[in-house]
Design a protein around this ligand. Structure first.
Ligand code: URP
Ligand code: ZN
Ligand code: ZN
Length: 489
């Protein structure tokens, strides 16, 4: 019989955001060519009996080969990060092309494109961090980036080197609205955190646990309220990244109930860690320092509830990889205070195994919800759907085959990133992606990598529904009458 297909996955249970079914899945020329029972005629077959066949994961919040707000280079480059992602069932990353204040955006973009093209083993896209929205940036650089398929920006309300004023945020939101881009926001009140940190450090309280104490729930809640108010003023969609608090989730929920286009993201560190993890002996707590910090059990429950009711549609790693030494987490060695610790935790490889184990295997979320959170919601929100995030004829054959029966214990040594530690050391994990396929190529099979450096492709993105304004009445600024606008009442 002629080989009609390049690859056939037989006897698996296929799961998408819509439901599950028992079927075979065939691949030709990197795309899904057929889904039906009883397919045959392929050059290679994989027997998926007893396994789950799902869309490859999309991790839409990753820091790769990026210099941080503290001026520290990440431990992972585009090779180690994407290899690590692939081993954890992720077939697309969206990472940041980061402008710092003295950098020109066209040069930033060219630099990230060059480095990723040389090294990535899975497909990738970028969000642009905008740290200096000058007139030229607003008039030319951002519209040009959007026209070339870079359809999301990240703005910071904190971090001295990156934060924007409310006026600057309004400027960027207005450009994003006009040109169909989505704005992601790191929402924490800079003044509240900095003031408290100064007081703590002044009193000699410098251990990592003071990081969590200074990044208060109120600092996140205030900034989320403010970014929603700013977005409402210009009717621009916003996505609040790494949401960690009961209050923040509630604020997003209420804004959505009012019809605003406000999206929310949470991350493994807010579901699986707490502030107690920062309170380990000596500087060990620095391994868990990220912003916002992990909170308490009530906040964890609120994150699960936000996931369940759709307030938090996005579940990303916020992989911010720093080694636990002077090159990363501890820039001043033993003298590092909580104010110096490089912010961020690794999570690219364990993001999905943790969610599968703690979500699907425990019955807390359904398989359909797992697929949405791991892949489909990211594709829809960031303009990659249906090319990515779907098992359908014509979609890229980006697929993860999960064995729900596999049991593993998370350790740093089994991971493929360049970090050297994991915040999830010792956790028992049920379920693992045993085969991972990117555009029809089997890139991970039974723990082995089969992917050449640089095989990953850049993904120019389409305008997504998420980037369309809600359609609120926003008067022209020149016509504003303080006593006669819907927003002033
Ligand atoms: O602590 C974190 N999240 N570090 C990474 C940078 C960021 O704010 O996303
Ligand atoms: Zn952030
Ligand atoms: Zn981040």
């Amino acid at each position: 019989m002629a080989n009609t297909y390049d690859l056939l996955i037989r006897n698996g249970k296929l799961a998408t955001a819509e439901g599950t079914r028992d079927a075979d899945l065939a691949v030709r020329d990197g795309r899904i060519a057929a889904i039906a029972p009883g397919l045959c005629g392929a050059r290679r077959e994989i027997d998926a009996t007893g396994k789950l066949v799902v869309p490859g994961g999309i991790d839409s919040h990753t820091h790769i080969e990026q210099v941080s707000a503290f001026g520290i280079m990440c431990a992972d480059d585009f090779h180690s990060a994407t290899v690590s992602a692939a081993h954890g069932g992720t077939t697309t990353t969206i990472s940041f092309a980061a402008q710092h204040r003295d950098m020109l955006i066209p040069e930033v973009l060219a630099d990230y494109h060059r480095r990723a093209a040389e090294k990535a083993v899975i497909d990738y896209a970028f969000h642009l961090i905008v740290a200096n929205p000058t007139g030229d940036t607003l008039d030319e650089d951002l519209p040009r980036a959007i026209a070339h398929g870079l359809r999301s920006f990240k703005l910071y309300m904190t971090y001295e080197r990156l934060r924007l004023s409310d006026e600057q945020i309004l400027d960027v939101l207005s450009v994003a609205r006009a040109h169909g881009a989505l704005t992601m926001v790191h929402a924490e009140n800079h003044g509240m955190i900095g003031w408290l940190a100064g007081k703590m450090a002044g009193a000699g309280n410098v251990l990592p646990r003071y990081h969590a104490i200074c990044h208060t729930r109120g600092a996140e809640a205030e900034a989320i309220n403010r970014i929603i108010a700013l977005a409402e003023l210009v009717d621009a969609p916003v996505l609040v990244v790494h949401v960690s608090t009961v209050e923040g989730i509630d604020t997003i929920r209420k804004a959505r109930a009012r019809g605003l286009k406000v999206f929310g993201e949470t991350c493994p560190q807010y579901l699986f860690l707490t502030a107690k993890d920062l309170d380990r002996g000596g500087l060990d707590g620095a391994m868990f320092c990220c912003s916002p910090p992990p909170r308490d059990e009530a906040a964890q429950q609120a994150c699960w509830a936000g996931i369940s009711d759709g307030t938090l549609e996005m579940y990303s790693s916020d992989h911010a990889p720093y080694r636990f030494d002077a090159s990363g987490k501890l820039p001043k060695g033993e003298k590092t205070t909580f104010k110096d610790v490089a912010n961020g935790v690794p999570g690219l490889e364990l993001r999905l195994p943790l969610l599968f184990s703690e979500g699907v295997a425990t019955g807390r979320i359904s398989l359909e919800e797992f697929v949405k959170l791991s892949s489909t919601n990211h594709a829809r929100t960031y303009g990659l759907y249906p090319r990515k995030g779907e098992l359908a004829v014509g979609s890229d054959a980006d697929i993860a085959i999960w064995d729900p029966a596999v049991k593993r214990t998370a350790t740093a040594s089994m991971l493929h990133d360049a970090v050297g530690y994991t915040p999830y050391e010792g956790r028992s994990i049920s379920g693992w992606p045993v085969t991972v396929i990117s555009r029809g190529d089997v890139i991970v099979h039974e723990g082995e990598l089969h992917a050449e450096r640089g095989r990953g492709r850049y993904l120019a993105r389409e305008a997504a529904d998420s980037a369309r304004p809600a359609g609120l009445h926003v008067p022209e600024v020149s016509q504003l009458d303080a006593w006669d606008t819907p927003l002033s009442r």
